[in-house]
Design a protein around this ligand. Sequence first.
Ligand SMILES: [Zn+2]
Length: 293
Amino acid sequence: MNLSKIKQIRMFGIVVGIGMVMGLIWWAVVEYSDISPVREPALEVSQYKEIAKVPVVKMRMHIVKEAETLADIAAQYEIDVDTLRAANENLTDLIHPGDKLLILPKKGVLYTVTEGDTLWRIAKLFDVEVKNILDENEKTESFLKIGEKLFIPGGKPRNVEAASLPASRQISTQFALPSVGEISSPFGLRWGHMHEGIDIANDFGTPVRAALAGKVSYAGWLGGYGYAIKLEHREGYSTLYGHLQRIGVEKGGFVNRGQVIGEMGSTGNSTGPHVHFEVRHNGVLINPTKVLP
Ligand SMILES: [Zn+2]
């Protein structure tokens, strides 16, 4: 072994040593800092979904068949009637073949974000964890949009309407039936559209009555409602009666509870004689069956 060979080996050793030190420094940089270009960039939300396979809140649509009950439908999807109600606002027991119902993937509540809501407040309301709400809805941040729908896993439905109504209604706001007949169409989501009232069907000319005492705020033709009457009542209630064949009151007049105000007809967008009856409380639509006797 000559001198130059020894120098070569020493040189090689130095190069390897430097390389190892550099490697160590590189490793430390990679491991302990965020500036390394080797690291993957932060994932976009859409990529995150794909990679993490987080279960999406998949809603199905059920079309009601002849003779089905809410309990039958709930059982089919292994949910309960409460969950069915929670996903279909203002669902009553009056379902008809062809009605469309939203089906949640598991027990829980579909909650619509309203002004002033925070995730923490919602979590507290339903007694669930904020984290569960974030996970189930694939949210990575707590920012909420008004009108946004959140699936609340395991959340028990709250009777929002009942909560917004006074615990015991005053005599002055006890509703009378606007007409006699068959409820031919309930309040709520039907055929993908919101049916804003109930339809009571009977013969042409069946008396239509004021559900509460009040003032006539509208009486006349009202687009698809045909000949319609709007009444303003106490405690923030208002009612609407549509598709009339005859109007028996005038705007500005006062009516008593149960007083005949018109006759059932089929004017406007209507396929047969019925009264379309809507109720609002402080301007917000409510399900008339919740206030009717
Ligand atoms: Zn209607």
